[in-house]
Ligand binder design. Structure first.
Ligand code: NAD
Length: 449
């Protein structure tokens, strides 16, 4: 099939590349000329495992190309995916300005039988709005469908190629059949292809993200209570997770959820509820709990140093909002960095993939380390924010040699408190009692180790 993908970011690039890899001819359209030019030379603007090789292979095979020219991308297309960003507006509702620009730009060259498919996460009613707008612009009824994307950054190719389910929202059986045929190569293990109305499909995406965010905020709230009553959240988590009605997924306490989806989608769903005079008590609580949780690492640093942060050297491991991506949008690490800088701390950071994105945001206000160990040089404490594999089994003896004080504040509960205490570290994590190492406040001298 001839496919156009409009918006070549985390979702559009993966979608276009995976569809090219299954034999379609794909043109990706973006307004960012620098990005398009880099992609045409097989330079990938984002970090996503396995993507670079796949882009190169499909570009070389002539099945995948990139352009800034709407007519070139659209005029031959049978299916046009819209995958532009839909960030939060100031009032929490989804900002659809990029999407409407796309609709206007494709209307001029839209082939008569093409199906326009929203892959961007959009509020209920957007497909209907696109149908109306295209009719105004083209003077005819156009085919519009919804096909929300459920991929996870860091595992995006696998998720796209082996989806748990594909959801499509269509007006006619014929449109459903076209999309089923496009997805057939990815559904060979009989995972479901779910056909519904565009409204239900649009709602499904928001509800999925809101449910996952709810689980995270719930366990974070439980973790904070555990700390106060001397219970251990990991024991509690194990105690509930074996109940098959509850399970373990997304019940890991941490520094709050971030990224380009959960924060904005929870707010957009709450905003949709409000617009429709429906209650959004749970969604508001989920969002508020998360806002508080994102401040928790800064509060732990402040508490450990009894408010005396100015001039302290704080190392941060992990900047991306989760491992295996370079995406720092709404990442808890950003909130922590802003807090530490506002208090006058020296901040040294390390992340395996997100350094450039952080550098372009903070410039020379941070120290950029070449490795996790390098970030620890003379540090008064380490804060672990993202659970990259590299940080899970570090060399604690070498860490102690590099740090000025053996203090770890762990936002992901990666380490065993007893082991750290034995090694002389002071260790604060989420939902458990801290342990104190070398001396009451965790300070030590290199000669004393
Ligand atoms: P992104 O910001 O990475 O990419 C958006 C791209 O659209 C950019 O390259 C931008 O230059 C381009 N663009 C903007 N306006 C354009 C226009 N008028 N014409 C052509 N291109 C234009 O966004 P993303 O993370 O890929 O997210 C896209 C959508 O998918 C959002 O609605 C998001 O909620 C949803 N989504 C994202 C994820 C994820 O993990 N990132 C997962 C599922 C769904």
């Amino acid at each position: 099939m001839q496919v156009a993908v409009v918006g070549t970011g985390y979702v559009g690039l993966v979608t276009g590349t995976c569809l090219a890899d299954s034999g379609n001819t794909v043109i990706c359209l973006d307004i960012d000329a620098k990005k398009v030019s880099a992609l045409n030379q097989s330079e990938i603007p984002i970090y996503e495992p396995g993507l670079e090789e796949m882009v190169q292979r499909n570009t070389a095979a002539g099945r995948l190309r990139f352009t800034t020219n709407a007519t070139e991308a659209i005029q031959q297309a049978e299916i046009i995916f819209i995958a532009v960003g839909t960030p939060a507006s100031n009032d929490g509702s989804a900002d659809l300005s990029a999407l409407w620009k796309v609709v206007d730009s494709i209307a001029a060259c839209l082939p008569e039988h093409a199906i326009v498919v929203t892959k961007s996460t959009v509020p209920v009613g957007t497909c209907a709005g696109i149908e109306r707008r295209l009719k105004e612009r083209t003077g005819r009824d156009c085919r519009v469908a919804s096909n929300p994307e459920f991929l996870k950054e860091g595992a995006a190719i696998d998720d796209f190629q082996k989806p748990d389910r594909v959801v499509v929202g269509v007006r006619t059986e014929a449109d459903g059949e076209v999309l089923r045929s496009l997805y057939r190569p990815f559904l060979r293990t009989e995972n479901p292809f779910l056909v519904m109305s565009p409204e239900s499909s649009e709602m499904t995406k928001y509800v999925a993200n809101a449910m996952l965010s709810t689980k995270i905020s719930f366990i974070n709230e439980v973790a904070n209570l555990c700390e106060r009553i001397e219970a251990d959240v990991d024991d509690v988590r194990r105690g509930i997770g074996h109940d098959s009605r509850i399970g373990f997924a997304f019940l890991f306490p941490g520094a709050g959820y971030g990224g380009s989806c959960f924060p904005k989608d929870v707010q957009a769903l709450a905003s949709l509820a409000k617009e429709n005079q429906s209650s959004s008590l749970i969604l508001s609580a989920v969002h508020e709990t998360n806002q508080k949780q994102k401040a928790i690492l800064g509060m732990k640093v402040e508490k450990h140093f009894a408010g005396d942060i100015k001039g302290r050297r704080v190392a941060i491991w992990g900047l991306a909002f989760k491992p295996r991506t370079d995406d720092i949008r709404d990442a808890p690490a950003i909130e922590l960095i802003d807090f530490l800088l506002s208090k006058g701390a020296h901040v040294a950071v390390f992340d395996p993939e997100a350094m450039e994105n952080v550098r372009s945001k903070y410039g020379d206000r941070l120290s950029y380390a070449s490795s996790g160990m390098d970030a620890l040089k003379d540090a008064d404490c380490l804060v672990v924010v993202t659970e990259w594999g590299d940080f899970r089994r570090p060399d604690f003896d070498a860490m102690a040699q590099h740090m000025k004080a053996r203090v770890i504040i762990d936002g992901r509960n990666l380490y065993e408190p007893k082991e750290l205490k034995r090694r002389g570290f002071t260790y604060h994590c989420i939902g458990k009692q801290p342990v104190f190492g070398a001396s009451e406040d965790g300070r030590c001298t290199k000669t004393g180790m």
